[in-house]
Design a protein around this ligand. Structure first.
Ligand code: ADP
Length: 260
């Protein structure tokens, strides 16, 4: 049984036209052509309000990575439009899109993706340096303190635990104060206690810093920290669960598998 807060809502009713940090309008992504074509995203329309934490979930192959890549401007849809805070990403050529991503979008990956030869501080400020902006030491210190890295700025990634490395990645994602932080299985490589700390940190970024965070995860416990879990199946957003509990998400996922 699905929980009381689970609603079977057709995706288009999630569409917001004005106040979305992320807005997908009729986004389809096809790989390949003819008989070999795979439809990874199938006419997805939805809006994600600013200052919210969203989990993107679904069985393997349901389109989660493709959703993240299209929504973050890492890949272009076959059709449809993606807006980030009102900017139509389709209007940007490759150079401007790269620039936009660098300064307006934050990324956190499962494998941390830190540069091993740089210190923690240099890793955190890398997006600023790539954008040609000077890093001001007060905001670097404040971001580092905010993610629990006080006193570790001169270390290199190899001298940190996995959880600390992911904190560096989160600080790096937040340093530009982006429109949206996209996280791809950010707790996938961490033990459950450390994973919990990282999820609390992302929650803090949303609640206290008013950051928008969109996180792909397969973990119902991770989804519990979010405001809304979107469930994908065969390239479509088939359900959402607001203020999800892990049990509600587990139930919704098993029902999805049964009805596929
Ligand atoms: P998920 O992240 O939920 O596992 P994906 O977004 O990776 O799902 O994939 C969705 C569908 O698109 C799958 O059927 C997958 O095989 C297909 N797909 C993804 N990327 C490619 C690609 N580069 N070329 C061909 N098919 C792809």
């Amino acid at each position: 049984m699905l929980g009381a807060r689970t609603r079977r809502t057709p995706a288009p009713t999630l569409l917001r036209t004005t106040d979305s940090a992320v807005r997908l309008t009729r986004v389809t992504k096809r790989y390949g052509h003819g008989d070999a074509a795979a439809v990874a995203l199938d006419d997805v329309s939805l809006g994600i309000p600013p200052g919210t934490f969203t989990a993107v979930m679904g069985p393997s192959g349901s389109g989660k990575s493709t959703f993240l890549h299209c929504a973050a401007g890492l890949d272009r849809p076959t059709s449809g439009t993606v807006h980030l805070n009102g900017q139509d990403l389709g209007e940007l050529d490759e150079t401007r899109l790269t620039e936009y991503r660098r300064t307006r979008v934050g990324f956190v990956f499962q494998a941390f993706n830190l540069l091993p030869s740089l210190t923690v501080e240099q890793n955190i400020t890398l997006p600023l340096r790539l954008a040609g902006t000077a890093a001001d030491s007060v905001s670097v210190q404040s971001v580092a303190d905010g993610v629990g890295l006080t006193g570790l700025l001169r270390r290199r990634p190899a001298e940190l635990s996995g959880g600390q490395q992911q904190r560096v990645a989160i600080a790096r994602a937040l340093i530009t104060r982006p429109e949206v932080v996209f996280a791809d299985e950010p707790t996938g490589a961490l033990d459950p206690d450390t994973a919990q700390d990282i999820l609390l940190l992302l929650r803090h970024a949303v609640t206290d810093l008013h950051q928008t965070v969109v996180m792909v995860t397969h973990d119902p416990v991770a989804a519990e920290h979010t405001d809304r879990a979107l469930l994908l199946s065969a390239g479509r957003v088939v359900r959402h669960v607001d203020r999800p509990s892990a049990d509600q998400v587990r139930d919704a996922m098993s029902e999805l598998r049964r009805t596929r």
